[in-house]
Write a protein that binds this ligand. Structure first.
Ligand code: C5P
Length: 218
């Protein structure tokens, strides 16, 4: 009997794109590799997997339900539409914190007499926190990518977003994290923590989901 058999996991992955006009956007360097590794590991552990993915160049593991989105708002809509049926929600996407306040309908043109332009940004919804705030939330796991005070910031997020678990990584270490094949994580939950040293992302995904499965049993 596989540790996650009968469980339905939803995983968000990749970056989001926030349109400025029909040809330009704001985004970030997330590759989606950690989220896709989690989807692959969850399938191998017997789970049903819904992968809500921003634009990435990876192909989805065979057997998962893939929902492709572009913006944070689209990701939020897709998550909220399907998450009620899930036992576990893992927010692995690097959601853009802000979107452009007013998307231009036509391509913005350079003004010959102006050397600067100002874009007004507004805050995007926090998808992970909205899932955790549902009346009957699934087991929620978030990621915290930090460059300093990793443990303190991660524990702060665990409490503030009311999560069951958080996986923290140090993105100032350029050998691991974003776009890398490798990562290292420290897991924090209420009453426990566990360091998962540098490894390839698929191995880490298996280790992480092993801990999630243990916590689900409790
Ligand atoms: O607050 P911060 O962006 O560092 O939190 C990171 C965690 O929250 C990640 O798990 C990320 O997927 C999730 N998140 C989200 N929606 C946002 C911002 C972050 O789901 N708008």
């Amino acid at each position: 009997n596989s540790p996650l058999s009968g469980k339905h996991l939803m995983i968000t992955a990749g970056p989001t794109r926030e349109a400025i006009d029909p040809v330009r956007y704001l985004s970030n360097h997330s590759s989606g590799k950690m989220g896709y590794a989690l989807a692959q590991a969850a399938l191998a552990l017997g789970a049903k997997v819904t992968l809500v993915s921003g634009p990435v160049t990876l192909s989805a593991p065979r057997g998962c339900q893939l929902i492709k989105v572009s913006s944070a708002q689209q990701m939020q809509d897709a998550v909220m539409q399907h998450v009620q049926a899930c036992d576990v929600f893992i927010g692995c996407a690097a959601v853009a914190d802000f979107r452009v306040a007013e998307q231009a309908e036509q391509k913005l043109k350079k003004q010959q007499d102006e050397d600067e332009m100002i874009l007004r940004l507004v805050k995007n919804p926090d998808i992970l926190a909205s899932v955790a705030a549902l009346e009957n939330p699934p087991f929620t796991l978030g990621f915290a990518a930090e460059t300093q005070n990793v443990a303190d910031y991660a524990k702060g997020k665990l409490a503030r977003k009311r999560l069951n678990m958080i996986a923290a990584n140090d993105v100032s270490d350029h050998k691991i994290g974003f776009n890398s094949e490798h990562n290292a994580l420290t897991l924090f939950w209420n009453g426990g923590e566990l360091a998962l040293p540098v490894n390839d992302k698929l191995t880490l995904a298996h280790q992480l989901l092993g801990v999630v499965a243990q916590q689900l049993e409790k």
